[in-house]
Design a protein around this ligand. Structure first.
Ligand SMILES: N[C@@H](CCC(=O)N[C@@H](CS)C(=O)NCC(=O)O)C(=O)O
Length: 217
């Protein structure tokens, strides 16, 4: 076996995990113990003490977007992402980078404000700032999904994999993703895909909608 994905259940590592399954690749999944993220062993795998990392060709590649692009370029045979140089490729990259660099950091702020400031009042402000950021980001994502099953083209691409992960995380924020009709329709559609079902089963997770009160009318 040449591919080994280091991940955390339900984390952004789920996006490359979906791509591994969608491509039907032979790989090993290592679900890292959260308490061991900062252990010397895991820091050797991911110097930021995070997930994901992909072991491939004697190298360790981190950053979920980079891993997904490598997998699609090496194994996708042009079927899972639009070709480089096409405008759809540019749009796919824009969406992936947007989610990774604008949306994802807001989750870090919202989930762990104590990493940014010791003062509890300031932490509350940071959570509020994150909620405002989610509203801005999810509005944009919802617009991209208007009238569409997939973010790009007519099949699953790495942008969809990442959007699904964020849609699931977004169940818990002030204005949850269930209140964005296109995002939620997309999330439910993604959850039905065989590759996504296999991933959720392997990671022991689901969409947890009931836990958060279900979609609001
Ligand atoms: N930019 C990185 C972000 C990686 C990241 O934030 N991973 C999170 C899970 S989604 C993590 O490992 N968090 C553990 C922690 O920060 O303690 C990527 O896209 O791979």
């Amino acid at each position: 076996m040449t591919l080994k994905l280091y991940g955390l259940p339900g984390a952004c590592s789920m996006a490359p995990h979906i791509i591994l399954e969608q491509l039907g690749l032979d790989y090993e999944l290592v679900l890292v113990d959260r308490d061991k993220l900062l252990s010397p062993e895991h820091l050797a795998v991911n110097p930021m003490g995070q997930a994901p990392s992909l072991a491939t060709d004697g190298e360790l590649i981190s950053e979920s977007t980079a891993i997904m692009l490598h997998l699609t370029e090496k194994y996708g045979e042009g079927k899972i992402a639009p070709p480089p140089g096409s405008i759809d490729r540019a749009r796919m990259m824009m969406m992936m980078m947007f989610m990774a660099s604008q949306e994802h950091p807001a989750f870090g702020l919202w989930l762990r404000p104590f990493r940014f400031h010791d003062d509890e009042d300031i932490q509350k402000d940071l959570v509020e700032t994150a909620n405002q950021r989610f509203a801005q980001c999810f509005d944009r994502l919802d617009g991209w999904l208007e009238g569409r099953d997939w973010l790009i083209g007519d099949s699953l691409t790495p942008a969809d994999a990442l959007a699904f992960v964020h849609a699931r995380w977004g169940l818990r924020v002030a204005k949850p993703t269930t209140e964005y009709p296109n995002i939620w329709r997309f999330a439910e559609h993604m959850a039905e895909q065989p590759a996504v079902r296999r991933v959720m089963e392997q990671e022991g997770i689901d969409l947890n909608v009931e836990q958060y009160g279900g979609p609001k009318k």
